[in-house]
Design a protein around this ligand. Structure first.
Ligand SMILES: [Zn+2]
Length: 220
């Protein structure tokens, strides 16, 4: 939660109090609960409160509220994975919805192992990982926002495009309307994969400038 979630949180407590016939909460309880649950996202806490109203016998302890919120999160994560598996095409072409993409510049975790050498003494050896280094794909942030309900579920893209998505390619019109739909719903601009020449030149100039600047800084 962030400070701005305090009102929604207090309103959830009020609903719990009414539903579970608790006495009016005082400021100490509100502050204590807010502090104890501040690391949980408000969306999960609110969904958990609705469930607790449905089945709890008593006003939940912070640990019970946290556990219910964790269940909500786990179920949403599983439902999202299931949905991504069923999509006719991956939402993210960079990582094919795995959430991780290969990146040669990502730090490699070298494992240490111990082995006995010929002289009979034990020595440490480094074991390089068997696959290329990976880093988090940017799409993980989008998937997280969808889980929280701050962005519409990928199901809405699937439904919007369902009539024509199959093994056939999208027609230019369909591709354009899908692009507009995704941009409108996510607020993100979709950039074609091939970068126009003019951009490439601009990026290259910028990279040169950055290099010069770094050189100046290190010289000064
Ligand atoms: Zn991705």
């Amino acid at each position: 939660m962030v400070e701005g979630d305090r009102l929604a949180f207090v309103q959830a407590i009020s609903r719990l109090v009414v539903a579970l016939r608790e006495p009016e909460p005082d400021g100490v309880l509100l502050r204590t609960y807010f502090a104890a649950l501040h690391d949980v996202e408000i969306e999960f806490l609110l969904a958990a409160a609705d469930r607790l109203i449905g089945h709890a016998q008593w006003f939940p302890k912070t640990s019970e509220w946290r556990a219910e919120a964790a269940r909500v999160e786990k179920e949403r994560v599983e439902a999202q994975r299931e949905l991504l598996r069923k999509l006719p095409a991956p939402l993210c072409l960079e990582c094919l919805d795995s959430g991780w993409r290969e990146d040669a510049s990502a730090p490699v975790k070298v494992l240490k192992a111990f082995q006995r050498n010929r002289e009979g003494t034990v020595e440490a050896v480094s074991v390089a990982p068997g696959r290329a280094p990976v880093r988090r794909c940017e799409c993980q942030k989008l998937r997280r926002l969808e889980l929280l309900g701050r962005l519409p579920s990928p199901a809405s893209y699937r439904d919007a495009a369902a009539p024509s998505l199959g093994n056939d390619e999208l027609s230019p019109d369909e591709a354009a309307s899908l692009k507009t739909l995704i941009e409108r719903r996510t607020g993100l601009a979709i950039v074609p994969r091939g970068m126009p020449q003019s951009w490439a030149a601009k990026m290259a100039r910028r990279a040169d400038r950055d290099d010069d600047h770094e050189a100046e800084v290190s010289n000064g």
